[in-house]
Design a protein around this ligand. Sequence first.
Ligand code: AGP
Length: 610
Amino acid sequence: MCGIVGAVAQRDIAEILVEGLRRLEYRGYDSAGLAVISNNQIARVRRVGKVSELQKALDEEPVDGSSGIAHTRWATHGEPTESNAHPHFSNERIAVVHNGIIENYENLRSELKSQGYVFASDTDTEVMAHLIERERQSSDSLLDAVLKATKLLEGAYGTVVMELDSPDKLVVARSGSPLVVGKGIGEMFIASDQLALLPVTRQFMFLEEGEVAEISRRSVKILAPSGEEVKREFEESSVQHDAGDKGQFRHFMMKEIFEQPSSISSTLEGRLANDSVIVESFGNKAPELLANAEAVQVVACGTSYHAAMVAKYWIESMVGIPCQVEIASEYRYRKTVAVPNSLFISISQSGETADTLAALRIAKEQGFMASLAICNVPGSSLVRESDMAFMTRAGAEIGVASTKAFTTQLTGLLMLATAMSQTRQTMTEAEIASIVEQLRQLPAEINEALTMDQLIEQVAEEFTEKDHCLFLGRGEQYPIAMEGALKLKEISYIHAEAYAAGELKHGPLALIDQDMPVVVVAPNNELIEKLKSNMEEVRARGGQLYVFADEACEISENSGIKLIHCSAKGSYIAPIIFTVPLQLLSYHVAVIRGTDVDQPRNLAKSVTVE
Ligand code: AGP
């Protein structure tokens, strides 16, 4: 989704702004632009397409200036054209970049037009530029003008405003879209994600919901929605500086797939005792809350939703309490009922997904006993607004297709189910100890699964000409099949669907022919014989099966069956292990098809709008 970078410094900042945008490319966008104050005017360059196009334009016509704002736009209102790209201007003296959506922009636009403002774009953002310009005429400072203007806005925004008359200041406002301030030596930066600023600073301060701030080279003045001044310290970031580099890998996605053993080690670090999970890893109040929760409600979107679905199998079987799972965008717009004494869990890699955040806010009004966020981004809105947070510690995930974020979520959720079980003694000590041992083995087992890479690369060749694909699984492998299908469709653009294998004969079997590859996730568990029957149903109709199976399943390669051995030494961690070959499959299919693996078309990493 859109990305923001801004700077007030004493040096030329165009290069820093462009580098910042480059580091935000993973979020997904379709145009990019920047504006700097230069020679008593605001110079602007915008281009449709990648940041490299913007860079080319700047190489041809460089702009210099020590204050500036920059943006990558993911189109919502108005097509991805140069005139719709940010920054947007008003009267050549106000420039604005904006993430989010202004919902009442049509009314404001008509009002501003009637007052003589001329619109040069189809965007909702331009309304903000003119509104701030109008309010500026009756305000002592840009800060005042932005405060007044934001009171008239409905919707979501993270915005940075620059004005020609005060080149040493930027004014920023946050409501629904994250913003972080970075402090350098005698210079200050702003971005929608700290990753953008890691080359220039490690000192960060997040703005809270509803805050407006004035940023100058050496100070930040923050105002709460009440208008009161807020004091907040900068904190050192723990995000690694090289988080935005691909290293030896061709794509971030592959780097992140191969980082999974170390990411999962980080998830586990300091959270396991000898034979148990340290319950306090979920928060100081976790021992009491996890012991007393009578039900669990989980909400999430996309890949995080698939993690939630696996958690349902674990929580209900290991803890014996009901666990409801729902897509956040459905939950938020439905009349829902909170089961008394139930725990609300939100799962999100970014912690900024608009629907998940909205669902959490609704849940907080509904009387859940507590809210727990399972999240990868410290300081994100979800983490700050939840009662408890479990950080997955996957490290920055840049590829739009979620990989290590998913397997670390699953690791955290298995730990959660185990911790809940411990506090209520729903499993024996020996069973708990065995799960903890499986968790400990997880990094090594993922490493083992990664050795399938070359074999899967060869298998991937057989998918490249296909238009459709089915994924089958049973039990907790059904959500893994769903995740496999999501991965394949989002990066290779092959239409893929997942079914619980038992559902095949209720409709999708009609699709089976020699052109429909069917991928099956088959660990050796109590459902394997049922799954084998489902595979026979496919074979009997001429379908081609690609089966990721444990050797112990005794499935042999035969006509219509391509077998890829994948083993998990432990039934609880099997869903996490079997995720890996599906990630590798979709990656290689996408590479062979030549798609944009890390930034697939139309998608954004962090979906901060509805
Ligand atoms: C999956 O590969 C996608 N990136 C997407 O489905 C993602 O999981 C979803 O948008 C939710 O994001 P979140 O985890 O940051 O909330």
